[in-house]
Design a binder for this molecule. Structure first.
Ligand code: BGC
Ligand code: NOJ
Length: 814
């Protein structure tokens, strides 16, 4: 069953009924000002940091889940009836309801009683504000006398404090209203130099800024007393709950259309110019007024929207593919790339599953996210890399997270996740291959943000590598620390205290538990580092790295292989995890995927065996399960992984983040059919027909699909902010379609299904546009390339030496 359809031409998903199984959301904003918006206009906005600069209030875990948002009401002033064109919060039976989630905008509209109303919500580029562009048409045969009401609830800035510290907060709310513009200035009188505003292009008949005046006692947003009354009360909030609501009259002749624009924004004043006059307590509005005026102008808003569309077309245009599979095309060309940008902007902070008050930017996560967006925003990727590296500790270890506003490592969470540092090497390598910007390696970057500790970025990479060498366990495998990629494999934790954090409590100092996964990661990162080192002319050092890598590979073969698959780890007692000897958790996905994508076991048959075991024991119709059999009870020595009921999350859920590791691994053993089959099983677009089972948005990946041990097998959870986005994008584009960035040029090495006749692609790489056509001439994966008609050796197209900006590449697969 479906709840809408893809409109690929407009790069939109069109939802055709409002009661989707879960809120199906979109993100507004690309730079500093962001919003989350659901298909019923639920959600909230913030400036840069979802916790510390929350602009509008939002109550998580509400019923319905997405109650509270950017609500517009229409009221028929003759009958007194009122409704919301976005369905929520009044939930009238609307005709023609549609929600179009597009690239950086959401357009929600419907018709009710002959009145059609659509609102386009978007954040213009380079501005700290959002637009609600409302268009109303009277499709009745007689005049309509309507009132239009806007409404939002302001957050008192720190979302955590706002949701808890009522004894203070009910007394601090302050607003000003001038010329129909509502200014929210709580705490501006003291240490803040920022405020929010809510403006309207129509003639404001009346307003409300005190929630109780608008909603009324013992009511909610579905039946505000002000709507029943038909007139706002011009209330001015003093304490309690400041809101913004406007009332505008719209008298419409039959067939007449009216546009009204609402602008909700964030603004900062210089510290010494906060007030006007300076000795007063009145907001200085001099610099904000021109911004407001600009965006209350219809022509300007239309232009801003066109700019936004151009921006997204530009980003997505960097790679466009045309394959025989519509789901591949749609995800690569539109939605997967778009989701990669959302994970870049949000990391794991703000979604309907991440509250925006918890997690900062993860070191491991942010580095992996680079794989998915570095080609779209290389300059911002550079900045992100330098920020991440600056939080690295002198030991080479890393804070697990840093806070986006301060860019400092998060002390509450700390470090000792022993996989973390290696992801920096992989992130930097991806950046270098995309851009060729070798200069970044010489950028001075501090450790732990400590002034004076600056060393070239390259040295950070060396320390990342060395971190593991300094922390090897009894088998010569890397010690796991608090956890590796699998945050829930907590082998040193031994937690028996309810509510204690598995990840931040270390009861043992951890000199025994080892991770085969980190060993595989070390091999991959070590090879990348050796390559970079060699290219810096440091041949001896590069050799040394490769020797360490070779040694680790031997250790993996010796102590990390279980006979049919790679082991997962050794616990604190030195016992195997992920072995046929175990009662539960006999085989894990992580080491199969990661070791094989790293080419471990390619030459001696281990890789093929490992892939066969994945297919036999872990692969299901809904994707590849993390481990089998699921842990049926809590194991003190394993930690959070066994805390989840079987089939969910890391306990035998289908973790969509590491499925692509197996896809890439399958391309390494040459199995394009399987690689693409695994890709399709979790491709959200391919799962659209089972939306009633899948339940999350069909246009973006979710972190997890419930595994076959779960009662809700096939149901997705935690959509949007997940490493799944980058890894699937990387797997399909660089390994299955095989359009791969490399230091020496654009490598083209597809491993596609046998049944495909070929595919076309356009890739802009280092300023050159490559028009790629791949044709199948046989069943294998050997590619013969012609560049502008001339055959070349190997599979890497070197940059054109003669300044050509367009290159045609034809490939024959045999
Ligand atoms: C989740 C993991 C996540 C971790 C982050 C755990 O509860 O299961 O997926 O990585 O929290 O702290
Ligand atoms: C989600 C976390 O954000 C990520 O860092 C981790 O690798 C996975 N969960 C697996 O636990």
């Amino acid at each position: 069953m479906t709840f809408g359809y893809f409109d690929d031409e407009n790069k939109e998903y069109v939802i055709t009924r409002p009661d989707t199984p879960l809120p199906w959301i979109n993100y507004l904003g690309c730079q500093d000002y962001f919003g989350i918006i659901s298909n019923t206009a639920g959600g909230y906005s913030f400036y840069r940091d979802a916790r510390l600069r929350r602009i509008t209030r939002y109550r998580y875990n509400n019923v319905p889940f997405d109650l509270g948002g950017r609500y517009i009401y229409l009221r028929d002033d003759e009958s007194g009836e009122f409704w919301s064109p976005s369905w929520q919060p009044t939930r009238h039976d609307l005709e023609n309801y549609t929600c179009r989630h597009g690239m950086g905008y959401t357009l929600i509209g419907s018709r009710y009683n002959g009145i059609a109303a659509h609102t386009n919500y978007f954040v213009p580029l380079d501005e700290n504000l959002e637009i609600w562009q409302l268009t109303i048409t009277n499709q009745r045969s007689k005049r309509a006398s309507l009132s239009v009401f806007s409404s939002i609830e302001f957050c008192l800035w720190d979302a955590q404090d706002d949701a808890t510290n009522f004894q203070r907060n009910f007394s601090i709310g302050q607003v000003e209203v001038e010329d129909g513009v509502i200014y929210h200035k709580t705490e501006y009188r003291e240490r803040r130099d920022h405020f929010a505003y809510f403006a309207c292009s129509g003639k404001v008949e009346a307003f409300d800024t005190q929630r109780d005046a608008f909603v009324g006692p013992y009511r909610s947003w579905d039946k505000p007393v002000a709507l029943e009354r038909g007139r706002l009360a011009n209330s001015v909030a003093h304490g309690w709950a400041p809101i913004g609501a406007h009332q505008v009259k719209a008298e419409l002749a039959p067939g007449e259309t009216r546009q009204i624009i609402f602008v909700l924004g964030y603004h900062e004043n210089p510290r010494d110019q906060k007030f006007d006059p300076p000795d007063s307590q009145i907001l200085n509005k001099r610099t904000v007024k021109p911004v407001i005026a600009k965006y209350l102008d219809f022509a300007h808003v239309d232009a801003a929207f066109q700019n936004l569309r151009r921006y997204w077309n530009g980003l997505l245009g960097i790679l466009q593919v045309d394959t025989p599979d519509v789901h591949t095309n749609r995800m690569v060309n539109i939605w997967n790339a778009y989701q990669c940008m959302a994970t870049f902007n949000m990391s794991r902070s703000a979604s309907f599953y991440e509250s925006g008050i918890g997690r900062g930017l993860g070191f491991r996560d942010s580095n992996q996210d680079l794989l998915g967006f570095v080609h779209m925003v290389p300059a911002r990727a550079r900045e992100r890399i330098l920020d991440l590296a600056a939080t690295q500790l002198p030991t080479g270890g890393a804070y697990h997270q840093y806070q986006p506003l301060t860019k400092r490592g998060n002390n509450d969470v700390g470090g000792n996740f022993n996989d973390d540092p290696h992801w920096l090497i992989l992130g930097v390598a991806a950046y270098l291959k995309e851009t060729g910007d070798w200069g970044i390696l010489d950028e001075p970057v501090p450790y732990d943000n400590h002034p004076g500790s600056e060393q070239p970025l390259y040295e950070h990479l060396e320390r990342s590598f060395k971190y593991t060498l300094d922390r090897l366990g009894p088998h010569g495998l890397p010690l796991i620390g608090r956890a590796d990629w699998n945050d829930c494999l907590n082998l040193n934790c031994f937690s028996d205290t309810p509510g204690q954090s598995f990840q931040t409590t270390t009861n043992k100092d951890g000199k025994v538990a080892e991770s085969v996964f980190i060993a595989g990661l070390f091999v991959l990162a070590g090879r990348e580092l050796a390559d970079i080192t060699q290219r810096r002319g440091l041949t001896e050092e590069a050799k040394d790295y490769l020797a360490q890598v070779a040694k680790m590979e031997d250790t993996i073969r010796q102590h990390g292989w279980d006979g049919e698959w790679f082991l997962r780890a050794y616990d604190d007692f030195g016992r195997k995890i992920g072995s046929k000897e175990c009662l539960e958790g006999k085989i894990f996905i992580e080491t199969q995927g990661f070791c094989v994508l790293t080419d471990i076991g390619l030459d001696d048959g281990l890789a093929v065996k490992s892939m066969e075991s994945v297919s036999k024991y872990l692969a299901t119709e809904h994707g590849i399960i993390l481990q089998q059999p699921a842990y049926s009870r809590y194991y003190l020595e394993l930690g959070e992984i066994s805390s989840y009921p079987p089939g969910y999350k890391e306990n035998a859920g289908i973790f969509c983040h590491n499925n692509p590791w197996v896809m890439i691994a399958e391309t390494r053993v040459g199995n394009g059919d399987r690689a693409h089959d695994y890709y399709s099983r979790i491709n959200p677009s391919a799962r659209e027909p089972i939306s009633d089972l899948h339940r999350c948005e069909p246009y973006v990946y979710a972190q997890m699909i419930a595994g076959r041990d779960a009662p809700t097998y096939g149901e997705a959870k935690n959509s949007w902010l997940t490493g799944t986005a980058a890894w699937n994008y990387y797997a399909i584009t660089q390994w299955i379609l095989g359009i791969r960035t490399s230091y020496d040029g654009l490598q083209i090495s597809p491993v596609i299904p046998k049944s495909w006749r070929g595919f076309n692609a356009t890739r802009i790489f280092r300023g050159v546009t490559y028009h790629i056509t791949i044709e199948r001439a046989g069943e294998g994966n050997h590619v013969a390339l012609k560049v502008d008609g001339v055959p070349i050796k190997g599979d890497t197209v070197p940059p054109p030496g003669d300044g050509r900006k367009e290159v045609s590449v034809k490939g024959a697969l045999t």
